[in-house]
Design a binder for this molecule. Structure first.
Ligand code: F6R
Length: 268
């Protein structure tokens, strides 16, 4: 795992975007980038940096595929707070990813079985697109990844999950009262997330410090779903100073941040 710490919000966004673009090069095949997309405040700066890369001719998402991490159950895809609408306005319209190439889990159905079947099909759709090359992630203050709340199976697939009470409270600001917040969602599973070529997780602010310390340095445990990053061979965690305060190995991360560029190949 690479842990990279920026000293401002704009530096965090730049570092994250560089690592997304490099990940698409490293794990891409052909001209069709396949991105996994998180909603939430953490990756907004990263999306703006990707848009800047498009303007500078360094990236092109006009033929890309985007797979959302999660979607609420019980609200229409056209609902203003659906993750589909959020991703259209915060990602598609920003980086130039066509709406018809954005895939989101099906959160509305006549029966639970219909939603369950659609969730299984979502994993198949990811596989049919050749797999997610770079998955963009945030992390919840409780350590959740996607909507894999604490207690989620570490090898889970895309499926229905109950939202934690804390998550519903955190998201109530987007709805007209807590009772209007969906109780359930469909989320990529932790096993699904681990299949992406590269994971790029962004976390900022003191409120994330505990979750980051548990995810990056704590034991691998369903109690902190973010700890599955430790199983991934190409995970990049981009933090600001406040989110990094709980890390014990900070000096090592700073030494290693330059990657292989300052390696001494011949010492004798
Ligand atoms: C978003 C998602 C969540 C968020 C997490 C952090 O699609 O699945 O896991 O990444 O709740 O949210 P923010 O970035 O708003 O703090």
């Amino acid at each position: 795992m690479r842990v990279l710490i920026g000293n401002s919000a704009s530096q965090v966004a730049k570092i994250a975007a560089e690592n997304v673009l490099a990940g698409l090069t490293a794990h891409g095949s052909g001209n069709t980038p396949v991105l996994g997309l998180a909603t939430g405040s953490s990756p907004l700066g990263l999306y703006r940096e990707l848009a800047q890369a498009v303007r500078e001719g360094k990236a092109d998402f006009s033929a890309a595929r985007g797979f959302a991490l999660d979607e609420y159950i019980g609200i229409r895809a056209t609902h203003q707070q659906s993750y589909r609408q959020t991703l259209i306005s915060e990602v598609c319209n920003v980086i130039g990813l066509p709406e018809h190439f954005l895939f989101t889990p099906q959160g509305l159905g006549e029966t639970i079985e219909e939603i369950e079947a659609a969730a299984a099909n979502y994993d198949q759709a990811i596989a049919a697109a050749g797999g997610i090359q770079v998955q963009i992630l945030g992390i919840g203050a409780n350590g959740h990844l996607g909507f894999n709340e604490p207690g989620s199976a570490l090898r889970s697939r895309t499926r229905i999950k109950r939202l934690a009470a804390k998550t519903r409270q955190d998201n109530a600001r987007f709805f007209e009262g807590l009772e209007r917040v969906p109780t359930h969602c469909v989320t990529q599973g932790l096993g699904t997330i681990l299949e992406a070529g590269r994971l790029v997780l962004v976390a900022t602010g003191a409120g994330k410090a505990e979750a980051i310390a548990a995810a990056v340095e704590g034991p691998l445990s369903a109690s902190c779903p973010g700890s599955v990053l430790q199983l991934h061979p190409d995970a990049v965690v981009v933090l600001d100073e406040a989110a990094a305060t709980g890390l014990k190995l900070r000096d090592y991360y700073d030494d290693a941040a330059a990657g292989l560029s300052n390696m001494q190949l011949h010492l004798d």
